[in-house]
Write a protein of this length. Structure first.
Length: 147
């Protein structure tokens, strides 16, 4: 039996949907990891500020504290840029999932419509065959009655 090209195409499209979902998952995981890193940086900054405030003679450590906080701010800014890039990649991956789903649904709809048309055509042929049988029987009865 020949393979149905639309069903093969549907299989390919469904595989593309799954690959797009996997790619989206990777993007979302990266985005979540970067967001967690930002939370860790902010928490470290708060802990550092709280610890510095409790030091006796904290003014002697002001320069060291300022350098540490500046480093944390720079690290947070870099992470924020990375988060924005990851969010853009996630948005693109969402678009790819949507496009792949739409393509798969289109092929599936086309295949279903074609199958429905085939089923309707088969039903018409069967009905025509039944009509022919009934017509032949009627003609045979009429000949028998006339003759």
């Amino acid at each position: 039996m020949a393979r149905d090209p639309l069903r093969i195409l549907l299989s390919v499209r469904l595989n593309a949907v799954e690959q797009a979902r996997v790619a989206l998952g990777v993007c979302l995981r990266a985005e979540a990891e970067i967001a967690e890193r930002i939370r860790q940086i902010e928490a470290a900054g708060q802990r550092h500020s709280a610890a510095t405030a409790s030091w006796q003679e904290a003014h002697q450590f002001q320069e060291m504290t300022a350098l540490r906080l500046a480093a944390l701010r720079a690290e947070r800014q870099a992470a924020a840029v990375a988060l924005a890039e990851a969010a853009a990649r996630s948005a693109a991956a969402r678009g790819a999932v949507t496009a792949a789903r739409s393509a798969a649904e289109s092929v599936e709809q086309l295949a279903d419509e074609r199958d429905a048309a085939r089923t309707a055509e088969l039903a018409r042929k069967r009905q025509h065959e039944l009509d022919d049988i009934v017509r032949a029987q009627r003609m045979a009865r009429q000949r028998d009655a006339a003759g």
